[in-house]
Design a protein around this ligand. Structure first.
Ligand code: RP5
Length: 159
C-alpha cells in the first residue's frame, strides 16, 4: 500500500529535529508516509500538483509544517478536502509564534487543524493522523492503544 499520510514542510531545514518527529511516530505505528519539501511560496506549482493527485494515490491525511509567515497548511487546505494538520515551526526570531498565528487563524471555510509549536506539535500531528486512520483500521487502533500503554509504563511513579 502507498503512503497514507503526506508530511510536507516548507524547507529542508524544517525536517530535523521537528518534522521528523511526525515521521518517526507514524513509522512506529506502521503507517507509511510520503515526506516532501514543498513550499507554498517558493514552489507553489509543486504544492498544487502534489495535492491534485494525493487522494488518488491513497493519501488520507496531510501534515504541513512551516515556519515564519506559515501559509503552507492553509494553501494546502485550499487545494484539497483531505484533512490538513498544521505544525508551526520555531524557525524565526519570533520563536514560532508568527507561524502559530499564521497557521491557526484560517478564515472560516477552509480548515486547518493546528498543533503546538515545534517537535511535540509534530509528534502530536502524527499521532492525530494515526487516530484519524484508526477509525477504519482496527489493527492500527490497537497499536495506538499499545503506544499509550508503553508511554505510561515509561513514566516513573516518583522522581
Ligand atoms: C518557511 O520559512 C519554512 O517553513 C522555514 O521554516 C522558514 C525558513 O526557511 P529556510 O530559509 O530555512 O529555507 O518557508
Amino acid at each position: 500500500m502507498g503512503a497514507r499520510v503526506a508530511i510536507l514542510m516548507g524547507s529542508a531545514n524544517d525536517y530535523e529535529p521537528v518534522m521528523k518527529a511526525a515521521e518517526e511516530v507514524l513509522g512506529r505505528l506502521g503507517v507509511a508516509t510520503d515526506v516532501r519539501v514543498i513550499s507554498a511560496h517558493r514552489t507553489p506549482d509543486r504544492l498544487r500538483r502534489f495535492l491534485e493527485s494525493a487522494g488518488e494515490q491513497g493519501v488520507a491525511v496531510v501534515i504541513c509544517g512551516a515556519g515564519m509567515s506559515a501559509h503552507l497548511a492553509g494553501v494546502a487546505a485550499s487545494h484539497t478536502t483531505l484533512p490538513v494538520l498544521g505544525v508551526p515551526i520555531d524557525s524565526s526570531p519570533l520563536n514560532g509564534l508568527d507561524a502559530l498565528l499564521s497557521t491557526v487563524q484560517m478564515p472560516g471555510g477552509v480548515p486547518v487543524a493546528t498543533f503546538g509549536i515545534g517537535r511535540s506539535g509534530a509528534r502530536n500531528a502524527g499521532l492525530f493522523a494515526a487516530a484519524i486512520l484508526a477509525g477504519h483500521d482496527p489493527a492500527l487502533r490497537k497499536r495506538l492503544e499499545q503506544l499509550r500503554l508503553d508511554q505510561a509504563a515509561k513514566l516513573p511513579e516518583r522522581p
